[in-house]
Design a protein around this ligand. Structure first.
Ligand code: GTP
Ligand code: MG
Length: 346
């Protein structure tokens, strides 16, 4: 099951108490204070780990409390520190304060770590307070509470390219031909129920990551079909491939499908509708009315969007498409480097 939201509570370990003790030993009269300090409570850390791809493991395990520090002991022995714990999350997980909604951290790179709940400080034992004027202090300090927080975690997959389109447009079939990903493919709508990623090998040790998400239909922004919540997973992509089925058997109108999906993108997030797109006509092998293809091409032209036509079944045009994606991404990366075009990330 793909879970991309989870609410959890974290708490750093309680600090151990310092204690009150005096050295008592034969032939050592008034041995002096010897109460040790308490140990520090353990911290709770988050770590981005690429071997995870959902937040499911946190759904049923919503509390993470680090170990408490041990109390100090006599003979000036400090208590042991509590062990830290690390909560592993998929790369791309964002952390928010669940009560205020405040954004706290983005675990966007594999191995990134964030301190979510700091352990409490250990208290000082009475030995700590001995001074020249007060050689036998009779006080000691308790350890402090660990930091406690309720957090909302949201996974937003990280990919370079996002696939959008109607159900059955051929999104999963395309990702299975250009990458090693093996998604479920079938001729009924909503075959894909959860997003997944495919890595496309461009040669020369270059790769690009493509995200396949469930199809969109008219009214997705109002919850129709699977709704539009999966669009969050293409929000961080730089480029959208907008796939439109032009085959005659689909019985659909390519131009109206194309316009509908764009409307849904806009309703979800106007900024996403402005994201660079490549329009891709699919299932060319099953096209027997060329005007279906032409009308879509004209629409893309009038919108000023680059247009491609492919068949994943015969792989016609897929190589050119991959090359075009790579080129467009290079251009976009280049543009991002120009200082005047940098826009502030939200
Ligand atoms: N003839 C032909 N059929 C194709 C081609 N690409 C995909 N199909 C068929 O179209 C149907 C839908 O393909 P999918 O890849 O599952 O479509 P999808 O866009 O991922 O659909 P959802 O996951 O439901 O949103 C399947 O039966 C595929 O075999 C193609 O290039 N040619
Ligand atoms: Mg699919």
């Amino acid at each position: 099951m793909f879970i991309d939201r989870a609410k959890i509570r974290v708490k750093g370990g309680h600090g151990g108490n310092g204690i009150l003790a005096f050295r008592r030993e034969k032939f050592v009269p008034r041995g002096g204070p010897s109460g040790g300090d308490g140990g520090r409570g353990g911290d709770v850390w988050f770590e981005a780990d690429e071997s995870f791809n959902t937040l499911l493991h946190l759904r049923y395990n919503p509390e993470h409390i680090a170990e408490r520090g041990r109390h100090g002991e006599g003979s000036n022995c400090s208590g042991r520190d509590g062990a830290d714990i690390t909560v592993k999350v998929p790369v791309g997980t964002q952390i928010f304060d669940s009560s205020t909604g405040e954004f706290l951290f983005d675990l966007a790179v594999n191995g990134a770590r964030w301190l979510a709940g700091k352990g409490g400080r250990g208290g000082f034992g009475n030995a700590h307070f001995a001074t020249s004027t007060n050689r036998a202090p009779r006080y000691h300090q308790d350890g402090s509470e660990g930091e406690e927080r309720e957090l909302q975690l949201e996974l937003k997959l990280l990919a370079d390219v996002g696939l959008v389109g109607f159900p059955n447009a051929g999104k999963s079939t395309l990702i299975s031909t250009i990458s090693a990903a093996k998604p479920k493919i079938a001729d009924y709508p909503f075959t894909t129920l959860e997003p997944h990623l495919g890595v496309v090998d461009l040669g020369d040790f270059r790769t690009l990551v493509v995200a396949d998400i469930p199809g969109l239909i008219e009214g997705a922004h109002a919850g129709a079909g699977l709704g539009d919540r999966f669009l969050r997973h293409v929000e961080r992509t730089k480029l959208l491939l907008h796939l439109v089925d032009v085959s005659s058997i689909s019985g659909r109108d390519p131009v109206s499908d194309y316009l509908t999906v764009n409307r849904e993108l806009k309703a979800y997030n106007p900024e996403l509708a402005q994201r660079p797109q490549l329009v891709v006509a699919t299932k060319l092998d099953a096209l027997d009315e060329p005007e279906r293809l032409e009308s879509l091409r004209k629409q893309a032209e009038s919108d000023g969007v680059p247009f491609y036509a492919i068949s994943s079944a015969t792989t016609k045009g897929t190589k050119e498409l991959v090359a075009a994606m790579a080129k467009k991404l290079d251009e976009l990366n280049e543009e991002m480097k120009q200082p005047e075009t940098i826009t502030l990330a939200q």
